[in-house]
Write a protein that binds this ligand. Structure first.
Ligand code: AMP
Length: 420
């Protein structure tokens, strides 16, 4: 087993890792760090939960640390490393990690993202930062305002590149890449490798070393998956019933739309359960407040859309509820990956109406497992129901349904993809 010290990280970084309780590198860290320290470009297939952030941040910090200084002159603190992330939440989390890893070094890091007043970000930028974490749109706003200078950037990281593609950031990314010095090291992390991501990688990575790892906390080991067939009009009542009767706390609920997320959070509050919605239309402050309250156990239920939840790192989240089944089966895997982390047990509960059975079929095909249906008496028909649910058979499959091997496969790109 490799240690962080053997990977060649300086003592200040090792001390920070010790402070954080990181005892040994995760597989992606053990694979990426030596390549990156050798100055090579990296193309990595990795999900949230693998430790990917430290995988790119530690070698980046190690190299930027060569320029660390305590001068107060902004000119001595040019932006040397740029990390791009698709969402504000992810950008904030990445910068928090970077800051923790730099704790014992005189390096400055900063995060800039949209949705907040741009003026508040300018003084810190002007004072100088070595490591900048940004969402693409806001970075370009600053470029346009001439409030930052990218001429000294020697390292670029694209985190969750596939999600940036989904969110329409590809033109922004290409523009940003065009603004950077040609002489630089690049690292690109993505969970999946659709054609457009492969093209982007081909166009800006130089002879990259490819790294693929399975998820650190394989979900099948620790996540129980269950399906409750339910009449579509009874979903909210069933959710309230489950949360109250089982005294569930820290429940992350997924809905298909922002509108539904808002409506459901309001209804849950009316039913006496503290809930908040997070999605793209909420202000940054509202999102941070909701997430903090949820993390600290003051907020029982967080209702989120897929995009808003992406990249959230909430430790040991015990429950994920699919209030609506995702129409894209891979999103199911992403969603339930929010629970059962770090060896903790988790439960993924799906409320499935009859109309959603086709999405359930897709999911079961993807995960190659039939999920257990557990009708809850009283909720399977629109009116009073004691008859039970006839549309979906109760399947006698083991509750812990998915073998680890299959999960690992889900997190790797299909054979041959991501390669030139
Ligand atoms: P990430 O995949 O980067 O979002 O990281 C997932 C979680 O794992 C974060 O909470 C990290 O702080 C944590 N983590 C990352 N690397 C290690 C490590 N080597 N040992 C223990 N925890 C880690």
């Amino acid at each position: 087993m490799t240690t962080f010290a053997e990977l060649g990280l300086r003592s200040e970084i090792l001390r920070a890792l010790e402070d954080l309780g990181y005892r040994e590198p995760t597989p992606i860290q053990a694979a990426v760090i030596p390549i990156a320290l050798a100055g090579r470009d990296v193309l990595a297939a990795a999900q949230t939960g693998t430790g990917k952030t430290a995988g790119f941040a530690l070698p980046l910090i190690e190299q930027v640390a060569a320029h660390a200084n305590t001068s107060t002159s902004p000119a001595r603190h040019p932006i040397r490393a740029l990390i791009l992330a698709p969402t504000r939440e992810l950008a904030i989390q990445v910068e928090e990690s970077v800051r923790a890893y730099c704790k014992h070094l005189p390096l400055r890091s900063l995060v800039v993202y949209g949705g907040v007043n741009i003026d508040t970000q300018i003084p810190s930028l002007r004072a100088g930062v070595e490591i900048l974490v940004a969402t693409p749109g806001r970075l370009l706003d600053h470029v346009q305002n001439k409030t930052l200078n990218l001429s000294q950037v020697s390292m670029l990281v694209l985190d969750e590149a596939d999600r940036m593609l989904d969110m329409g950031f590809m033109p922004d990314l290409r523009r940003i890449i065009g603004l950077l010095p040609a002489e630089r090291q690049n690292m690109m992390f993505s969970a999946t490798f659709p054609e457009e991501i492969r093209r982007l990688a081909d166009s800006f990575l130089k002879n990259p070393e490819r790294v693929e790892v399975a998820r650190r906390n394989a979900t099948a080991e620790t996540v129980t998956q269950v399906v409750h067939p339910v009449h579509h009009e009874r979903k909210r009542a069933l959710l309230v019933h489950l949360v109250k009767s089982r005294d569930l706390r820290q429940v992350l609920v997924f809905t298909g739309t922002k509108l539904m997320a808002n409506r459901l959070a309001n209804e849950l509050n009316r039913a006496g359960l503290q809930a908040a919605a997070i999605h793209g239309d909420k202000s940054q402050q509202e999102r941070i407040k909701a997430l903090d309250a949820f993390k600290h156990g003051e907020m029982r239920i967080l209702v989120a859309t897929d995009v808003a939840a992406r990249g959230l790192d909430i430790e040991a989240l015990p429950y994920v509820v699919n209030y609506d089944l995702p129409h894209n089966a891979e999103d199911y895997v992403h969603r339930i990956g929010r629970t059962g982390r770090a060896g903790a047990r988790g439960e993924a509960i799906s409320l499935v109406s009859e109309a959603e059975n086709r999405y359930l079929d897709d999911i079961e095909k993807l995960i190659k497992t039939q999920l257990v249906r557990q009708p809850v008496p009283g909720f399977t028909s629109g009116s009073d129901d004691l008859v039970g649910y006839a549309a979906a058979p109760v399947v006698a499959a083991p509750t812990r349904a998915r073998p680890a091997k299959q999960v690992a496969a889900l997190f790797l790109p299909p054979a041959g993809s991501g390669r030139r």
